[in-house]
Design a protein around this ligand. Structure first.
Ligand SMILES: [Zn+2]
Length: 197
């Protein structure tokens, strides 16, 4: 298989390089119990999808640097001025003005608690998290929303204090670069590639 496609932006345009889709020969699906009659075909495909982060790009960059950026509505005319968002919301859902980007890393480190949780033994296609996946909803003091994430070390309990960890070594620039552990785990015991930031 040739190299996967890569993209950069220059002069306001996407510049793409390499192959973005690969067609692999198909194979027949036959019925062993009925004289190997043809039932269908497999269609192996692999493709590279370009996912633009738009105004959320600073959030995905910040996790790779050990930071959690959120946003806040600072519009003086908004009835809900001061509402703070993690996860990152580009615009205020109430007045629709553009929110201010705020570094909430310290609040996350010092006040994060498990609001609720869910343990999943199975996952969807392409999910790379280790199973069982301990999904946690994380709440923070002074933040008006709850963040969906996953616990890497510890058994989740409602109200449990958790601390953020970041994939700062070979980050993927996706939401899985942010995870959580119970308090007091030595940095050397964190999952490979993760640090306290
Ligand atoms: Zn607003």
């Amino acid at each position: 298989m040739s190299i996967f496609g890569t993209v950069k932006v220059k002069n306001g345009q996407y510049r793409i390089k390499g192959d973005f889709h690969h067609v692999t020969p198909n194979t027949p699906i036959r019925n062993e119990d009925d004289g190997w009659k043809l039932m269908g075909v497999t269609n192996p495909r692999s493709m590279t999808y370009m996912h633009s982060y738009g105004g959320e790009a600073p959030f995905f960059e910040s996790m790779s640097q050990g930071k959690i950026l959120g946003t806040r509505c600072d519009d003086p005319d908004c009835r809900f001025k001061g509402t703070s968002y993690i996860p990152f919301r580009i615009h205020c859902p109430d007045c629709l003005t553009r929110n201010t980007i705020v570094d909430f890393t310290d609040i996350c480190k010092n006040t994060a608690k498990v609001h609720t949780f869910m343990v999943c033994e199975r996952s969807g296609a392409f999910n790379t998290l280790e199973k069982p996946i301990k999904f946690i909803n994380v709440e923070f003091d002074g933040i008006d929303t709850i963040l969906m994430s996953y616990l890497s070390i510890g058994e989740p309990k409602i109200g449990m204090r958790v601390v953020p960890i970041f994939r700062t070594v070979n980050p993927t620039y996706t939401i899985t670069d942010l995870s959580w552990v119970k308090e007091g785990v030595p940095e050397e015991d964190l999952p490979e590639g993760f640090t306290y930031g």
